[in-house]
Structure formats: structure tokens, C-alpha cells
Design a binder for this molecule. Structure first.
Ligand SMILES: Nc1ncnc2c1ncn2[C@@H]1O[C@H](COP(=O)(O)OP(=O)(O)OP(=O)(O)O)[C@@H](O)[C@H]1O
Length: 454
């Protein structure tokens, strides 16, 4: 596998790679989807478990439905199979079982696939592209569009790794700063890049769109959230031949994604793997009434022994409170990590990875920052502030996201809510919403909680 970044590309990449979130992390702020997605990729080393059934809707319901339980069944080129095994993949993931046979079918089939981040989509289409190319043909045959150049690079790395034993297959990055002269024709068979650059490259005939036989659009949900990307992607797609195979991937599937997908992928097969529901079934919930942040801090200090038995996450509503709490805990001699939106994506990934590997037991964070973080060993979540929406009502969905991280895979989990005395109605709202009791804790029965927790 050979990679061509062209002159100066890395300088540009590094300069733009660590872009700070300009967004405030206070209540009501929407997370930056591309950053979140990159963060997820940087902290993930294994597949995300999912016990839901894959749902397959075929374009032609009369054709037989194939699914594979092993990579051998796909009859891949031996060099490619070797690369797959070297990545430590023993068998296809749940979504790959159905998606791979469809992606590798003859005649080619179009596919729209949706499953949450970490279920093996990138690996699947990387394999499809590597399997698809004819290395003897020295021109681009597979075009893969991603929302940002950081995400394009992540995909490229998977292709490089998987194609390690395919020396004749070459990869080029179509990303900003990777400027090529008009009139130059690329020789690499696989091109991964962002919509703007790839559109320019097709227009300037650096890539001949009529010779593209496999088109992949990754992270459709992130793509349409970025101004201009939706239209650029469609303009690239329109230059391709009708016979070109089209694949589209997304982690979520709102109506807007679906409408976009239907434009980009004609006559599609559809594969969906529903996200595993977070539940409160195995989580014991408590609350403590506190008059101010100092009392909340005191409550955390009293509970500290419990926080560090396994691992704990403490959620604050704003960055400012998170930073204050972290400093106060450190001043008391505790070792805690702070995950804050002021950090670059890579710095955040480093903190999460340290936490995941157990180097820190307690992670203080805000909501925006921590979406999607999946740490199996968290057994206690503390809501330093209860999640509320802009109108000040209980935000039950966020509550579930936060505390649903504990008590996974049959383990027991605990949640402690620190409630401002004036906000007791929010606890009642949450109790009613989920139909689960939230037990009051005070200094008198803290011992009982500790016993239960141990
Ligand atoms: N068949 C497999 N066996 C074992 N590990 C796998 C398999 N397929 C993918 N993985 C690994 O699981 C992790 C998630 O895979 P991948 O990145 O392909 O998922 P994704 O759905 O594309 O998620 P994202 O959109 O966040 O990248 C990666 O570390 C990848 O190397």
C-alpha cells in the first residue's frame, strides 16, 4: 500500500488539525458533530457491543439475502485477507455480516447503512474499496468523501493498515492544502477527501469521474450539518456514471439524513442496526439536597471513597463550574481529570484514554464534552448539576445519556444527583418520567449508601 499526500500536505494538516471548539459548553449548546466523531475515533480501539438485530431492506426483495460469519466466505484477495487478520479482526462485526456481501456483490449494489459509531462501518467500506480496485489500472476507481480532513485522514489510516500487503494499491488524500495543478491526472486507485477539494479535482479532471466505479459517502449526518457539504457531495455524485456503485454511511438517521441519502444513493439496499437502548433498570438512583456549590463539593468529598472504588464521572452544567470543582478537588489532594471544551480534540482524546485505562478514577466533565464516551468500568455517575433544558425543565434525555453509562452489560450502577434546594421539582419530574424511584440521601444514611455501593 502506498500513500500519496503530495507536497506540503502534512504542514497544512497539522496546522488545522487541532482546532479549538469555539462553542461555549454551557447549557443548550450543541456539540460540534465533526469534532465529536473525530473524538470517538481517537478513543476507540474495539468494536462497540450491540445486541440488537440488524434490519435489512433489499432493493430487490426477491434476491437471496446473504450474510457471512467469516471473512473467508467473502473470497477476498489473499493479501487483503492477511491485512484484515493483521488488524486483529477475527470475524465480521454485526453490521459487516450483512453489509460486506452486499458491498462486494456482482453486479454491484447500492447501499445505505446506518449504525452507531464504533460498529465497524469504516472498516467495512475500506475493505470494499480495497477489494474493488484493479491495481493494474493506474487511475482513481474509488472515491470516498468525508466531512473534514481529520476524518478523511482517519479513514485513510484504516485503508493503509488494511491494505498493508497490497503494494500495488495506492491511496491519495483529496484535502485542503493538497493542491494539485490542473491537468495532472492522479494515478492512485483510491482517493479519500473532503467534498470541496474532491469536487475541484473532478472538475479539473485531476480525477475522471466517469472512471469512478465505487463512491463512498461517510458520516452523512455530519456532512449535512456542515454548510455547503451537502451540495458539494451531490455535485460530485452527479458527475458519476449511473453504473457506479454508491455507498452511504451514517451514525444517525433523522429525516434530513434520509432525504440526503435518497438523493445520493439511487435504488438502495438499506441496512440499519438500532442503537442499544440505554436503560435505568440496573441503576440505583439517589439524590442529596444542597444549598450551594460549596455544599455540593462537601457532598462529593464525603462520597469520595465511593467514587474511587471503580470509576466515576461527575457532570457539571458549565465549564466554569467543572473547572472550579476540579480545582477544589485537587486542592484537597484528590487526583481527578477534567474534560473541558477548551481542549483540542486530541487533548480530549488523551484525557479520555488515560481515564479509560484507569490512570484517573474520577473524571469531571460537562455534557457537551462527554457525549459518546463509553467507559465500561464506570459504576457511579454524579450529577453535580441536574440536566435542564433552556426553559429550566428536566432534560430527561440527557439524564438518561449521562447515567445510562453506568450499570452496563448487567453490572450494577449508581447515580447520585446533587440538587439545589430550589430545584427539587426537577427530581420529581425525572422520577415520574422514568417511573423509577430516586432515594433521598443525607449525612445520616450516607453509611447505608456506602454499604450498598461496596
Ligand atoms: N470485524 C471486526 N473485528 C474486530 N474489530 C473491528 C472489526 N471491525 C472494526 N473493528 C474495530 O472496531 C472499531 C470501530 O470500527 P469502525 O471505525 O470501522 O466503526 P465505525 O462504525 O466506522 O465507527 P466510526 O464512525 O466512529 O468510525 C475500530 O477500532 C476497528 O478497528
Amino acid at each position: 500500500m502506498n500513500v500519496n499526500l503530495y507536497d506540503g500536505a502534512f504542514t497544512v494538516l497539522c496546522a488545522g488539525n487541532l482546532v479549538k471548539s469555539q462553542e461555549s459548553e454551557d447549557a443548550g449548546t450543541k456539540p460540534d458533530l465533526a469534532q465529536q466523531s473525530l473524538l470517538n475515533k481517537l478513543i476507540r480501539r474495539t468494536l462497540v457491543e450491540n445486541r440488537n438485530q440488524v434490519v435489512v431492506l433489499q432493493a430487490d426483495p426477491t434476491s437471496p439475502l446473504y450474510s457471512v460469519k467469516s471473512f473467508e466466505e467473502l473470497r477476498l484477495k489473499p493479501d487483503l485477507l492477511r491485512g484484515v487478520y493483521q488488524m486483529g479482526f477475527n470475524r465480521p462485526s454485526k453490521i459487516q455480516e450483512s453489509a460486506l456481501p452486499m458491498m462486494l456483490a456482482e453486479p454491484p449494489q447500492n447501499l445505505i447503512a446506518q449504525s452507531q459509531s464504533g460498529t465497524g462501518k469504516t472498516a467495512a467500506f475500506s475493505l470494499a474499496m480495497l477489494s474493488h480496485v484493479n491495481p493494474e489500472n493506474k487511475w482513481p476507481q474509488c472515491l470516498c468523501v468525508a466531512p473534514t480532513y481529520e476524518l478523511a485522514l482517519q479513514i485513510g489510516q484504516v485503508i493503509e493498515q488494511m491494505g498493508k500487503f497490497c503494494p500495488d494499491v495506492k491511496l491519495a488524500y483529496g484535502i485542503r492544502g493538497n493542491g494539485l495543478q490542473r491537468g495532472i491526472s492522479l494515478q492512485e486507485q483510491i482517493v479519500v477527501g473532503t467534498p470541496g477539494t474532491l469536487l475541484d479535482w473532478t472538475r479539473f479532471k485531476i480525477i475522471d469521474p466517469k472512471k469512478i466505479t465505487l463512491f463512498v459517502l461517510d458520516e452523512a449526518d455530519v456532512m449535512i450539518a456542515t454548510q455547503g457539504h451537502r451540495d458539494q457531495s451531490i455535485r460530485i455524485q452527479r458527475q458519476l456514471l449511473k453504473t457506479c456503485q454508491m455507498l452511504l454511511f451514517s451514525a444517525t438517521f433523522e429525516d434530513s439524513v434520509w432525504r440526503f441519502a435518497e438523493v445520493v444513493v439511487p435504488d438502495p439496499n438499506i441496512i440499519r442496526l438500532k442503537r442499544e437502548e440505554e436503560t435505568l433498570n440496573t441503576i440505583k438512583q439517589f439524590y442529596m439536597v444542597c444549598r450551594n456549590k460549596e455544599e455540593k463539593f462537601e457532598a462529593i468529598s464525603n462520597l469520595y471513597g465511593c467514587l474511587t472504588i471503580a470509576q466515576a464521572m461527575i457532570f457539571c452544567q458549565t465549564r466554569k463550574i467543572a473547572a472550579w470543582l476540579c480545582t477544589a478537588l485537587v486542592n484537597e489532594g484528590h487526583q481527578v481529570a477534567l474534560l473541558s471544551g477548551e481542549l483540542t480534540v486530541e487533548q480530549r482524546a488523551a484525557i479520555i484514554n488515560r481515564f479509560k485505562s484507569g490512570l484517573e478514577k474520577v473524571l469531571v466533565t460537562t455534557n457537551v464534552c462527554s457525549r459518546g464516551i463509553d467507559v465500561a468500568q464506570i459504576s457511579l455517575v454524579v450529577n453535580f448539576d441536574l440536566p435542564v433544558d433552556i426553559d429550566g425543565n428536566a432534560d430527561s434525555e440527557t439524564y438518561l445519556h449521562r447515567i445510562g453509562r453506568t450499570g452496563r452489560f448487567g453490572k450494577r450502577g449508581f447515580a447520585v444527583n446533587l440538587v439545589d434546594s430550589g430545584l427539587l421539582t426537577i427530581i420529581q419530574e425525572i422520577e415520574t418520567h422514568f417511573g423509577r424511584k430516586i432515594t433521598k440521601l443525607d449525612s445520616e444514611n450516607l453509611g447505608e449508601f456506602e454499604e450498598l455501593y461496596h
